[in-house]
Design a protein around this ligand. Structure first.
Ligand SMILES: Nc1ncnc2c1ncn2[C@@H]1O[C@H](COP(=O)(O)OP(=O)(O)OP(=O)(O)O)[C@@H](O)[C@H]1O
Length: 240
């Protein structure tokens, strides 16, 4: 699916990502963790084609994203990538239906209804976004991301604006769509949220320094392993 080599990404004098490689396979559920400002969002922006101009090569299947122009990257995003953000990025004065349709004009109403039903928000279809709770807004954002048979979900701190209960519900949705075959790459600062994933990548010093396979483990063992890695890197950071 993804084959990634980033030789360097810098903003002015600040080198953020350097000499890093990564692979993402179809059906992966990957969580990316790392200290604030270490480059997690930058990485997601590169693999979604939002950020260009880095040194390196990023292949999505056979497509060389680093060589594509803005129009084809936009098309690839629309057809294959569903993006989910901490602040939802919905238009407040439009309805749930209008928000989904705006980004996916080609998607049929039947599909939108099915998605809203699946996410338990069908009764909110004609409600304005401004009138919804955070958890409901994130469900709308997930419906928008899934519409049009996209199969890769890229989520940047999807639960950071939600309380514990809404966060858990959103992660249960992620777990369900992963079981259906979606590939998920998610950023979070929370070990509890990370413990829904099957693989954890810890970004440190410009690259993924630690990678742990969480497949087949219970959620409490996943959590324990994740906390160990986070603490190890925290101590490493304090020592430097
Ligand atoms: N467009 C930009 N111009 C200049 N500097 C930037 C830009 N985008 C990000 N940076 C800087 O690059 C570094 C990495 O930012 P990035 O948002 O990728 O980190 P992050 O790991 O996602 O952080 P957080 O966990 O706080 O969201 C930060 O120091 C940030 O200030």
């Amino acid at each position: 699916m993804y084959n990634i080599r980033i030789d360097k990404q810098q903003y002015d004098d600040l080198v953020v990502l350097e000499n890093m490689t990564s692979k993402i396979e179809q059906g992966d559920f990957i969580v990316i963790m790392g200290e604030s400002g270490c480059g997690k969002t930058t990485f997601l922006n590169i693999i979604s084609g939002i950020l260009q101009g880095y040194e390196g090569e990023v292949y999505l299947n056979d497509v060389a994203l680093h060589k594509e122009d803005i129009a084809s990257l936009t098309k690839i995003r629309r057809e294959q990538l569903g993006m989910i953000f901490q602040d939802f990025q919905l238009i407040d004065f439009l309805s749930v239906y209008e928000n989904i349709k705006l980004i996916n004009p080609q998607v049929k109403d039947d599909e939108i209804n099915q998605l809203l039903e699946k996410l338990n928000i069908l009764e909110l279809k004609n409600k304005e976004i401004a009138k919804l709770s955070g958890g409901q807004k994130q469900r709308v954002a997930i419906a928008r991301a899934l519409a049009g048979n996209r199969n890769i979900i890229l989520a940047d701190e999807p639960t950071a604006s939600l309380d514990a209960r809404a966060s858990r519900e959103i992660m249960e949705i992620f777990r369900d769509i992963h079981k259906e075959g979606y590939t998920i790459v998610m950023i979070t600062h929370s070990p509890q949220i990370a413990s829904y994933a099957d693989k954890m990548l810890y970004l440190y010093d410009g690259k993924f320094e630690t990678e742990i396979d969480l497949r087949g483990l219970s959620q409490s063992v996943k959590l324990k392993n994740i906390i160990e890695v986070v603490e190890k890197h925290y101590e490493q950071m304090l020592a430097n």
